[in-house]
Each structure stands twice: as C-alpha cells, then as structure tokens.
Design a protein around this ligand. Structure first.
Ligand code: PEP
Length: 250
C-alpha cells in the first residue's frame, strides 16, 4: 500500500504570528488519528520556526516551499536543504508551477534541488503539470514526461525511494477549476508509467498527489482514484477546518 499524504502549501501567506495561530489550530484539529498517513504544511520560510514550534507534540510535520541546491554560499535570498533540515523540515516542495512561472525554475534546477533535498534526508515533493495551452494542444503527457525525465535525471531507484510527485495542472491552481477525477487519474497513471520507466518496480510505491483547487467538496472523488495518493492543497489549506475536512475525504 502506498502512503497517502495531505500537504498544505501556504504560499506567501501568514507571517510568523498568523502562522503560529494557524499551526495551533491545526494541532488542535488533527489531534486524533487522521485518515491520511502523513499531514504536512509548507509555511513561508520566515514563519517556519513559529509553525514548527506550534506543531510540537502533534503528528503534523512541516516542509519548505523551495530550497537552493548548494550547501551554503553567496546566494542572497536563498535557503539551503541543509538549513531546512536543521530547522526541522521533513519535506521540500520542488518546482512548484508558481516558481517555474515567476522565478525561472527549470527542469534542470528542479533536478539539482531534488538531489540536494535527497542528500539532506528531506522528502522532495516534485511538482509537475501542464498549462491550459499545453492541455488544449494535447501535449499533457509529453510535458509530464519531459518534466519527470528532466527533474529526476540521474537518480537511481535506490536514491529515489522517498520521493513524492505532485501532479498540479497549472490551469487548476488557484483558479477554482479542478481537474475531474478522470482527468487527474489519467495524468497520474501516465506519471506512474514514466516512473516505472525510470525506476522500475519502485514506481508502484511512490506516492503521486494531486494539486489544483482541491476543496472539501471535491476531494472525495479525486481521492477515490487508484493512482491518486493524496493532495497538495493551496488556498484551502489556510483554513484549519477546511484542511481537516479534505483529510477526512481520504
Ligand atoms: C498549490 O498551491 O499547490 C495549489 C494546488 O493551490 P490551490 O489549491 O489554491 O489551487
């Protein structure tokens, strides 16, 4: 059985004090056993410490939204995988479409960051997904293949054993327009096939989570698909009750 993951990307929302409050609300909400096997939130880097502290004693963990592949150095504004690890991060989002779109992230930088995350015992959540134009041009599978081959290049099955892939169609992120369960399942099945080409049998144990306007009322249909192993939630993860309700749909 694959692990089912509920991941919350807070994007550039919640400064340290608001983030602490949300962390406390989540700790309170998720205090019993949860349906997902793991629940993690990704606050802005400046708020990471306050969230980590607020979640102390809770089964919830935290991750970073981005990292740099070098250990340290003259890279103003960046944080390294080693620093994220030291601060208590368990996961690292890599190659989120907003980073690809606005900050020049490429399959090559995704590859370097994924390797840095793995080298520092962080679980990389490697994000892939097509734009609306690419979907309309029947290029979805081609784009996913390119992003996976580039982003995961040079990794052995052994080194890739902990990775998580997030399928996030760009047209569904923050738009309220969610992929249908069938559209998402088709993309996830394609991703799983590509992972099989790259890593053989390991592909069957790697979680592939869906992201793109997941809400409490659409989560159940998505989560019932055989190749959907959880959710990467943006907007709806900023509300403790809504985020919890999504987990209940697992
Ligand atoms: C995301 O930020 O990864 C995301 C999927 O956002 P939203 O749920 O708001 O579409």
């Amino acid at each position: 059985m694959r692990r089912k993951l509920l991941l919350g990307n807070w994007k550039m929302f919640k400064g340290p004090s608001d983030a602490k409050k949300l962390g406390e609300a989540l700790k309170d909400k998720f205090k019993g056993a949860t349906k997902p096997d793991a629940v993690a939130v990704f606050p802005p880097a400046l708020s990471f410490a306050s969230v980590r502290a607020a979640l102390d004693g809770s089964p919830l963990t935290a991750g970073v939204q981005n990292l740099h592949w070098e250990k340290d150095g003259a890279f103003t504004g960046e944080i390294s995988a080693a620093m994220a690890k030291e601060a208590g991060a368990v996961f690292a989002l890599i190659g989120h479409s907003e980073r690809r779109q606005y900050f020049g992230e490429t399959d090559e930088t995704v590859n370097k960051k994924t390797k840095a995350a793995l080298a520092n015992a962080l679980v990389p959540v490697v994000c892939v997904g097509e734009t609306l134009q690419e979907r309309d041009g029947n290029q979805t599978n081609m784009v996913l293949t390119r992003q996976l081959k580039g982003g995961l290049a040079g990794l052995s099955a052994e080194s890739a054993a902990t990775i998580v892939v997030a399928y996030e169609p760009v047209w569904a992120i923050g738009t309220g327009r969610v992929a249908t369960p069938e559209q998402a399942e088709a993309a996830h099945a394609h991703i799983r096939n590509e992972l099989r080409v790259l890593f053989g049998a390991l592909a069957d144990s790697l979680p592939i989570v869906y992201g793109g306007s997941v809400k409490p009322d659409n989560a159940r249909g998505l989560m019932s698909q055989p190749n959907i192993d959880g959710a990467l939630v943006g907007g709806a993860s900023l509300d403790a009750n809504g985020f919890y309700a999504i987990g209940e749909a697992f």
